[in-house]
Design a protein around this ligand. Structure first.
Ligand code: UTP
Length: 296
């Protein structure tokens, strides 16, 4: 793809939400992990808000058993709205949950066979367009949001993009890591390779893949022909690694903060950080935290 070719806009986003969320059991036995709230919004809502800020119109949820609450969250709750109106309550608190009719599509991943497989399940809806991917359990807080930063970079270089973060070297073995190539700017780097969970000494950098991607539709064909990778799952990182060299591939260093809400500690960190930034609760939460710390 030439850099001067007109780029197809990023209109679609895939949200893989079919995982089992085993790290949060028993909380996630009957409730999807993506519906766990950080303060007063479920994780999926933060990701959808970020997508909309980036101009994405169509939301594709890859769901599985027990995940219907995610879809219902974005439905109109007539009874609730009727009751609230009757009691003179403002309905604007529900505005973020409203989706243009026809812009929410669900596809099913019957068995959670890995992230790569979940993305592949969306192939018919993605069609022949570049698309975004959001892992909703990774909360990206920034202004502009992470995907907006990525779409801006996409408009510059096209092709495939992943969002990366710098971490201490000793932590890389838990993540997908990039091999960086030529720098386009301070925040944009070419990617020459990807490795899933490398040993610290083998890691090509300390830049880890975080949960946002812009990919070309050809990745679906790569996923289709792919064998199982680490953990017996079909890995997205392996499919992306196979596309490097065939299409432009860049990493965007996210200017913002990432919270790993797939882990308990990361979830608590996100909750506390966001609470300390909320004018309606910051003072009280700070006082509570001071008291708890003083009590040791
Ligand atoms: P995770 O591995 O973080 O989620 O996948 P998980 O498997 O639900 O969680 P644990 O490890 O058991 O606690 C990252 C994202 O990919 C989705 C998950 O729902 C999550 O949003 N996913 C993962 C799928 O949709 N399908 C899969 O087969 C695997």
């Amino acid at each position: 793809m030439s850099l001067n070719q007109p780029r197809k806009p990023i209109r679609k986003a895939v949200f893989p939400v079919a995982g089992l969320g085993t790290r949060f059991l028993p909380a996630t036995k009957a409730i999807p992990k993506e519906m766990l709230p950080v303060i007063d919004r479920p994780l999926i809502q933060y990701a959808v808000d970020e997508a909309r800020e980036a101009g994405i119109e169509q939301l594709i949820f890859v769901t599985g058993r027990g995940k219907t609450a995610i879809v219902e969250h974005f439905d109109t709750a007539y009874e609730l709205e009727h009751t609230m109106s009757g009691r003179g309550k403002q309905l604007d608190v529900l505005d973020a949950t409203r989706i243009q009719p026809g812009n929410l599509v669900t596809v099913r991943q019957q068995v959670p066979m890995g992230l790569g497989h979940a993305i592949w399940c969306a192939r018919a809806v993605v069609g022949d367009e570049p698309f975004a991917i959001f892992l909703p359990d990774e909360m990206m807080v920034g202004s502009p949001g992470c995907m907006k930063q990525m779409v801006d970079a996409y408009n510059e270089v096209g092709g495939n993009l992943i969002s990366v973060l710098e971490v201490p070297r000793e932590e890389v073995s838990s993540y997908g890591v990039i091999a960086p190539g030529a720098k386009v700017s301070d925040s944009l780097t070419e990617v020459t390779g990807l490795v899933e969970k490398p040993k610290t000494e083998d890691a090509p950098s300390n830049l880890i893949i975080s949960g946002r991607y812009i990919l070309q539709p050809e990745v679906m064909r790569t996923l289709e022909s792919q064998d199982k990778g680490a953990g017996g799952e079909i890995q997205l990182t392996d499919a992306m690694a196979r596309m490097i060299g065939q299409q432009p591939f860049h990493a965007v260093k996210f200017d913002g903060r990432r919270f790993d809400c797939g882990s308990k500690v990361g979830f608590v960190e996100a909750t506390l950080s966001l609470a300390l930034e909320r004018p309606d609760m910051a003072d009280e939460v700070r006082a509570i935290m001071r008291r708890l710390l003083a009590e040791g």
